[in-house]
Each structure stands twice: as structure tokens, then as C-alpha cells.
Design a protein around this ligand. Sequence first.
Ligand SMILES: Cc1ncc(COP(=O)(O)O)c(C=O)c1O
Length: 429
Amino acid sequence: MQIEKSKKLYEQACKVIPAGVSSPVRAFKAVGGNPIYMRSGQGPFINDVDGNQYLDFVMSWGPLIHGHANQKIIQKIIEAAHNGTSFGTPCEDELNLARFIVDSYKSIDQVRFVSSGTEAVMSAIRLARGFTGRDLIIKFDGCYHGHVDPLLVSAGSGLVTLGNPSSLGIPHEVSKQTISLPLNRIEQVKRAFIDFKGQIAAVIIEPIPANNGLLLQTKEFISGLRELCDENHALLIFDEVISGFRVAQGGSPEIFNINPDLVTFGKVIGGGLPAGAFGANREIMNHIAPNGGVYQAGTLSGNPLAMAAGFASLKLLQDENSWEYLENLGSYLEKKVKLLGFNEKFNVSFVRQGSIFWFALDTNIPPIRSEDINAKSEKKYASIFNGLLKNKIYIAPSMYEVGFLSTSHNKEHVDHFIQSLYHSMECIS
Ligand SMILES: Cc1ncc(COP(=O)(O)O)c(C=O)c1O
């Protein structure tokens, strides 16, 4: 495969951008080779600078639920851009998007827009602390909530571990405000609430954890969190940056039938442009400036292009009943995998929730905690990734990242992917 232009661009980029990339996982460190420079995309396909076309299952890491360059969304962006790219004032599509979110999530009366998922989480954490007057936050190992200082904390072993930072540059005083616990172990959360009585502001979770593989949780665990938060007057935060408007119109709360106090959004709500949001009931949101004392602001927040793209994208999902289409396509993928016997033949576990999918190597039991993932499988994953790439199929360059289907994918695309994956796995086993 010819990727000479990509190679040259990458070499030049490494001189002026750390590791040549604007976000670490793009650097292909886990799979070898160099990142591929994309020039354009259409539907489920992306085209690189050397003229190769790939069937894409990364979908810009989740935002592109309608595929690349969906013409209805692009048209709205063009119309918005012609009218000016930013005013630093409210705009109509901001109201439209806010109404759509409020109508879709039972527990949300109001949302505030920001420009990324990280910002949404950072603001939600501050709001939870401001609202409760407490400092400590519980998170779960393997859940990623953006590169927010207090949440870049990994787990220690033991019953309750006061955090160790997993990035340099995070002051100990900050990381020790975070308690990181294993997923799906409600007794450990209970213990933390006893040990730190009256000090826990919030429990934050990706209800459908999709940043360390896809670690599907039981309903009992999520409802256990709801009960513990209620009993202890702490807030339950659902980080819906990936799952929001992807798994259902009402996201994870609809899937679990459990309402969180605070919700964070990103990815899909921006329709492919930078947008995030956090929302809650009126009482909680009243604590945000300028009504309340929790300060939060942003020059480009509620940007008219991002709001137009986000609103167009969500409207399309609703108007075309896309959640049903995506569920059916996901279920088709799952059936294909079963039919071909991946589990028995290759010792691989496929996991799926709606249009999010993932496969865990070297295990026939779907992992539910990060420690269940076999770290030694990385080499195998790299071979599979590179095998697929040669076949012009683009999946995430890390075995810990999930894949995404979009409304632009169809059964033929899924067939092609699954057959190529089968072939790649056959070659290495
Ligand atoms: C669950 C979750 N929360 C927060 C973030 C951070 O979002 P962003 O990358 O837009 O800052 C991500 C990013 O992948 C995410 O998956």
C-alpha cells in the first residue's frame, strides 16, 4: 500500500507538533507505522493524501453518527458560515439544540454549552462541588472523562484508594480529591461512602464505559450507584460524551431507566464540529454563573456553526428513526460474528451496545472491568489492525478503543468488515 505522502507529512509534522499529532492515540504508537493523513470523507469512507480509500469504523472517534460529509449537515454548516462564524452572543440554533436535549433527557431542565467533552466534564465537576459544598469525587477505573486534572487518576489496588495521578503535572493536592474504584463492585462504593462520610460531592461514571474497550455494566450496579448517591446526598453524573444520542434518543438513562443528576455531552451533539454540554435540573443549574456562584464561561461556547451542525444531526437522527436503524445494523454485525464462530475459533469476545462495538482478544468472556483485559494482546491487535488497513478498512489504532457504526454504513459494509476481520485473525492464529 502506497502511503508515501502521509509518511512525508508526518516526518515534517513531528518537527513542529509533539509526535506529529494533536491527540496522542492518533500517533499509531500501539500499532506501529505512521499516522495516515486523511484528505476527505464521504459516508462510511475516508480518502488519504496518497489516494487510498478506506472503509471507516472510527468515525472521528464517535461524533460522525451520520458518516462523513453528510450533505444535510454540511448544508446547515454552510448556511451558518455564510452568516458569520461567531458572534459571542446567543444564537437561535443554540436554543434549538438546548430544547432538543432537554426534551430527550427526563432529568435535564437546562444545559450549558461548551466546546469539548473535557470542558463539559470539568464544568460538571465544579458544579457538583459548588452545589454540594463537598470536594471528593468517585470515578471508576477504565472510565475516561477527558484530560481534566482530577479525573486523570488511575486506580490503586485495595478497597478504597485515594488517587495516584496517571499523568505527570497533576498536583497531589488535586489527585487526592479523587477516589478511583473498580467497575461493577457496588460494595466498594458503599465502603467509600462510609469511609468518607459527608465528603463525597459526586460519583461520575460512563454508564456505558467505552474508553477501555466496551465494559458493559449491570443495571443493578448503575441503580446501586443511584441509591447510594441519594442516601448520601451526593450527585450522580453520567458522562454521556460517547453514549449521548448514540445509543438512544434518551441515551443511557433510557437504556437503564435510571436518571442521573448531571449529564455531560460531547461528540454526537456537535454533528462533527467542536461542541460539548452539561445539563441538570433547574435547581442544580441555578448554581451556574451568572445566576449562581459556580463560574463557567467560554469565548466560542454555543458557536453558531457547531450548534447548527449539532441540531441538524440530532434532528436527522429523530426524523429518520436512526436509532432503530443503528440497533438493527449492530445486531446484524453481532449475528455475523456469532455465525462465523469468532469466539470458539479465535478466543475473541465481541461486545456491542447499539452502534458501538468492540472485540476483546484472548478471552471468550466479555470483560466488565479494565483488569479483565489482557494487556498482552496488544501485539496481536497490531497485526489485525495492519491486516485490515492493507484491506482498506480503518479501525482504531489501539485495542482499547471501540468501533462505531453510522447511518451511512449498511449490511454490505458490515459483511466486508467481518469477513476481512476473520481473514486477518485466521492469518495470525
Ligand atoms: C466519556 C468521555 N468523556 C469525556 C471525553 C473528553 O471529550 P473531548 O475529547 O471532546 O474533550 C471523552 C473523549 O473521548 C469521552 O469518551
